[in-house]
Design a protein around this ligand. Sequence first.
Ligand code: ACO
Length: 431
Amino acid sequence: MKKTATLTFSDGSPSIELPIEQGTYGKPVIDIRALAAQGYFTHDPGFTATSSCNSAITYIDGDEGLLYYRGYPIEELAYKSDYMEVSYLLLHGELPTAEQKMAFVQSIRHHTMLHDQMENVFRGFRRDAHPMAVMVSVTGAMSAFYHEDMNIFDPKQREIVAHRLIAKVPTVAAWSFKYNEGQPFVYPQNRMSYAENFMHMMFSTPCEPYEPNPVLARALDRIFILHADHEQNASTSTVRLAGSSGANPYACMASGMASLWGPLHGGANEAVLKMLDEMGDISRIPEFIARAKDKSSGFRLMGFGHRVYKNMDPRARIIRETCYEVLDELDLRDDPQFKMAMELERIAMEDEYFISRKLYPNVDFYSGIIFRAMGIPTSMFTAMFALARTAGWVAQWNEMLSDPAHKIGRPRQIYTGSTRREFVPIDRRGA
Ligand code: ACO
């Protein structure tokens, strides 16, 4: 028999029976939709206890430290797959056959270049514009290039949108960096892998040959896999909400990027490096640890703890290993700042305060260190996250529009404003 929950009222109003839904995994969910017809809304700012959709894409168990894409554990994908395959998996629900993968990679390669006119959009910015400001704008501007003939209810057209976004966002990200640097834009090189091509657009110049380091390219590809999706977080929910009205998908992705840019979401890895810069020397670690433990200081150790994972974030375990591989490859284990970061990690992981509160180093702690080691400036860190998350955003947008029962998102509110009052003409106000 299907479980239900009964809502009773202290004023003797008739109780309401609500169905309880159970997904493949996860907590049971009380379906409250019947409440509106009974004259009630529910209140849950921050959506801490509210499910907004059915989704078959990603599953997280924060207590157990599990992350699955389409049922596959993140560890399996990170070590045995690559970002192209993972993007295909997120979009289509299944890993590709060799033939399907070849066709997918071919299609992504076919779409890597930006419309030539887009260069003018970049050139409208100040040279010191934050890369995320440029990414939000240029991705949004794509809506002007692909709008008139778009039918988002046609699955084939949605697939083209997905391929275009996965292909072009790395070009947009790399060009945001090049524009900051005052270097010429570098065109995509389609003989390279996805990660190598990104490195080429970031680091090569027309003056000399450039060959991406395969260890760094593999590390980057792994970081892209780890960041590809994370179910209904703020930016993904923003993409879904914007897309629920039938809006242009490129504009929806820009809205997701805007949400990701916030320091509480995609900006944390930037905060880790700022903290390490402030710390400056290994000798100051005890001082920072003491400040983090002192509640009155208002200071937290950046890169430690997670809202959902109360066990080690499975992504952090993988990226930690990748971080050491990158530092070894670049011979940076003895670099004072990286030594300091590794010592901070060691001390915090042995400290009773962090152990008892389950405050493990998170994915942002290591991604920031890797990006800096690779020569990617701090201001680009969130852009890297946006690049990797594009596959997840577009898969979630596609899933929403594929559902014939999807509705425009429209939360309710508790109105706390004034009661009804009469309009006062301006000459009688303030009297
Ligand atoms: N440094 C020191 N103490 C911490 C830290 C930290 N980084 N994080 C949590 N705590 C302490 C809190 O003070 C609290 O202590 P108390 O029980 O003695 O009062 C306890 O640990 C629980 O903290 P909460 O705030 O309840 O944990 P919450 O789940 O709300 O916060 C968060 C999670 C926001 C990520 C937090 O750990 C934090 O601020 N970390 C630093 C910023 C950071 O690295 N963010 C990236 C998150 S990963 C991501 O977004 C992809």
